[in-house]
Design a protein around this ligand. Structure first.
Ligand code: AMP
Ligand code: MG
Length: 351
């Protein structure tokens, strides 16, 4: 990863507010498991290891359940089965899948298709291309684009059904599913009474109540040239979500050009402009999908849209290595704190 990095960190110290003595009895626990093709890290405060274990188990089980629904890497996932069964025929789907598809469809409309989960045939070609270190065949890409397009995905909320216009369509929830799963994991832990928690599904963070005596969890976002002296930006976040999309290890280099795993639906090509976008939202499902969408839209078109949403804030980092600049939405400075070298870096984001 050479572009923006997102890390979250816990301050090594706690400022205890008056009356926080019970909260101060809580201990910090952490667990990491592989899910959804990445590592999911959960930090939580609990009164004892037994309560922490119960919360971890429930959270990871919920994430595994959602992976079985949303993964397009698994032939037997609900989303893959729906792609075969729902061709010109409405199919009833789970409430989880419907929620994610409805949010995806709404964002596709708002972004004029910049965010589009029906790009599955195209993203499949790019995955093969990355494995084989060559660009996808133009003819195959044209064909894949003909089997994409969010207007070919129809949802009926009353019946909770999905209908697809064509055979050969594939749905890729890679730009929204991790944020939704992080939300869901946080929700099952809250049902067990564990609310001071942070779920990080790779670059998609869902954050609950703050650590005892503090106003929020610290989320560090590094600039491309950040040194060891501290985060470039530190957000203090509670009951919110933060996602970063950007250049990742998943990019493909061909002919001296670097192609992102994020696809511009207008061309079917991986993005070539170096950009990373961090989004703060109320929920992970929104932070995740908007950060992907804004990467495609770029700062000019992206800001025009994001400023319509008071609950969203975004930071664009454009450029690689030492030469980069940032553009932020009006709401962003409210979340930004000066760099604080005292903050420990106990999590290295994999971007
Ligand atoms: P993220 O890392 O959240 O930005 O998501 C990137 C993933 O979203 C990719 O690996 C694809 O699976 C999927 N994707 C790529 N381009 C798009 C797009 N334009 N709209 C929606 N999903 C996309
Ligand atoms: Mg995303």
């Amino acid at each position: 990863m050479t572009n923006s990095k997102l890390r979250y960190c816990m301050a090594a110290w706690c400022l205890l507010s008056p009356g926080a003595s019970r909260a101060a009895d809580l201990q910090l626990f952490e667990a990491v498991q592989p899910h959804m093709g990445t590592l999911v890290r959960i930090q939580l405060y609990a009164p004892d290891p037994g309560r922490a274990d119960d919360a971890f188990r429930a959270a990871f089980e919920r994430i595994a359940q959602l992976d079985a629904i949303m993964s397009d890497y698994r032939a037997d996932s609900e989303v893959n089965r729906v792609c075969l069964a729902a061709v010109r025929k409405p199919v009833i789907v789970s409430a989880d899948l419907f929620t994610v598809l409805a949010a995806s469809r709404a964002l596709a409309e708002e972004t004029d298709g910049a965010f589009d989960v029906t790009l599955g045939p195209v993203t499949l070609l790019w995955r093969q291309a990355r494995r084989e270190h060559r660009l996808p065949e133009p003819g195959a890409l044209r064909e894949a684009l003909q089997h994409s397009g969010y207007r070919k995905l129809h949802l009926d909320p009353a019946a909770r059904t999905v209908t697809l216009d064509q055979a050969g369509m594939r749905l890729d929830l890679g730009g929204i599913g991790k944020g939704y799963a992080a939300d869901a994991a946080l929700a099952v832990m809250a049902e067990l009474g564990i609310r001071r928690a942070l779920v990080a599904a790779s670059g998609d963070l869902a954050i609950g109540d703050p650590p005892p005596g503090r106003s929020g969890w610290s989320v560090g976002i590094d600039a491309p040239n950040a040194g060891a002296e501290g985060f470039t930006r530190v957000l203090e976040v509670r009951n919110a979500a933060v996602s970063t999309s950007g250049d990742s290890t998943q990019s493909l280099e061909a002919g001296g050009v670097r192609y992102s795993h994020i696809i511009d639906p207008a061309s079917g090509m991986g993005l070539t402009q170096p950009i990373a976008v961090s989004v703060v939202a109320r929920r992970g499902i929104d932070a995740d999908s908007w950060s992907t969408a804004l990467s495609v839209l770029g700062p000019e078109r992206g800001l025009a849209l994001i400023e319509k949403h008071a609950e969203l804030a975004a930071l664009f980092t454009i450029g690689r290595d030492a030469s980069f600049h940032t553009v932020q939405s009006l709401g962003w400075p409210g979340y930004t704190y000066p760099p604080n070298p005292k903050l420990s870096r106990d999590f290295q984001h994999p971007y």
